[in-house]
Design a protein around this ligand. Structure first.
Ligand code: SF4
Length: 378
């Protein structure tokens, strides 16, 4: 299959301070370091745009870290560099992650004017005590101001990230978080609802080891998980991926690209790329990256056909619409039933997979046991 579209991810690793659960590549830095980083990033973007990327971009995602900690003019510089060195589709989705407490109306206007057309807010909870427990820098009031600034600047495509399983969280407080966000005026176009994962090496992992992390028990976790899609559907949000919900037509195109195996280029510290059937990762050493932003990457793996088929299944089954056997045949010149027939039939018999309208997808029960199902396709 000819690949005609690519995506671009840009990593901004800076944050005001580290949240207690965070294991992303992010840290605080002084203004001079940020400026030097943007110089290096622009150099890399120019190289990717001119030498590697041979197609137009259907989406750009500026993530972090907290991209909005940068002064507005630096973000404008990054976007100018993208526009000068890449061809963007006329309707390209250009997302930027923002954290409440790091943006104001001026910044939002500058983002909108330079071509960013989608904002993703990391809110997590509408309860200040829960935000404090997570070590977030902002309050719910800060979020409201940032949200209002985004709307005033002209953004209509806004995502809000929410988190369940926060220490001290109850079913009632999670319900209130979901409903409060759905009732914002105007309501967000997209909601991501993830559960907290206690990652190794974080302060939360240490607290858990010492028995000091009061995360909800498994029954509460399951109750919160099951009620989420019901509440969000009341407000018109359709679930299209395990943890992602959107108003009609507002699914995140960038993430859909990842899940359906499009080519993507990553720029910035630790950014990952996938092109010509290979996966690459940039260095995560800041000084190494800033010294040589073009050559500080390594080849992680060249995917075999078997790897690609496995990915097609694992990523495709994350989507509620599932996978299309005809697409599998077109991509790999093999019948899906011939390669994975045994697994598919077993999960169908167990009520975890179903075939509907020519596609194979997880059932409600299958969504619940998604990891177990995915394992079989590795
Ligand atoms: S804002 Fe996001 S990236 Fe930054 S420390 Fe918190 S969780 Fe990590």
């Amino acid at each position: 299959m000819m690949i005609t579209k690519s995506e671009l991810y840009i990593h901004i690793p800076f944050c005001v301070r580290k949240c207690l659960y965070c294991d992303f590549l992010s840290f605080n830095a002084d203004e001079k370091t940020k400026e030097k980083y943007i110089d290096a990033l622009c150099e890399e973007l120019m190289f990717i745009g001119k030498e590697r990327c041979k197609t137009s971009l259907s989406s750009v995602f500026i993530g972090g870290g907290t991209p909005s900690v940068l002064p507005a003019d630096q973000m404008v510089r990054v976007m100018d560099c993208v526009k000068e060195n890449f061809t963007l589709d006329h309707d390209a989705e250009v997302t930027m992650e923002c954290n409440p407490g790091t943006v104001d109306e001026e910044k939002m206007k500058a983002y909108f004017a330079c071509g960013i057309n989608r904002i993703s807010f990391g809110l997590q909870s509408v309860h200040d005590d829960e935000l404090k427990k997570l070590g977030r820098i902002h309050t719910y009031e800060d979020f409201l101001k940032s949200y209002e600034a985004a709307v005033k600047a002209g953004f209509t495509n806004i995502n809000v990230d929410l988190m369940s399983d926060i220490p001290g969280q109850s079913v009632d407080s999670w319900t209130k978080t979901l409903r409060t966000v759905c009732e914002l005026k105007p309501s967000p176009a997209h909601i991501s609802a993830y559960s907290l994962i206690v990652e190794e090496g974080t302060p939360f992992a240490e607290m858990a080891d010492e028995g000091k992390l009061d995360i909800p028990d498994e029954d509460t976790d399951r109750e919160m998980y099951h009620m989420t899609s019901g509440i969000l559907s009341e407000y018109g949000y359709g679930r299209y991926e395990i943890s992602n919900y959107a108003k009609k037509g507002r699914e995140c195109r960038h993430n859909l690209g990842y899940w359906t195996g499009v080519t993507y280029y990553g720029a910035g510290l630790g950014a990952a790329s996938y092109y010509e059937g290979c996966r690459f990762t940039n260095t995560s050493e800041l000084s190494v990256y800033m010294d040589d932003p073009i050559d500080s990457f390594k080849l992680d793996e060249k995917l075999t056909n078997a790897d690609k088929m496995s990915e097609f299944m694992i990523l495709g089954l994350r989507l509620t619409k599932g996978v299309d056997p005809a697409e599998f045949k077109e991509r790999f010149c093999r019948d899906l039933s011939g390669v994975y027939g045994r697994e598919i039939e077993r999960f169908k018999a167990e009520g975890l997979l179903i075939e509907e309208n020519g596609r194979i997808h997880l059932t409600e029960k299958g969504l619940d046991l998604a990891n177990h199902v995915m394992q079989a396709f590795i």
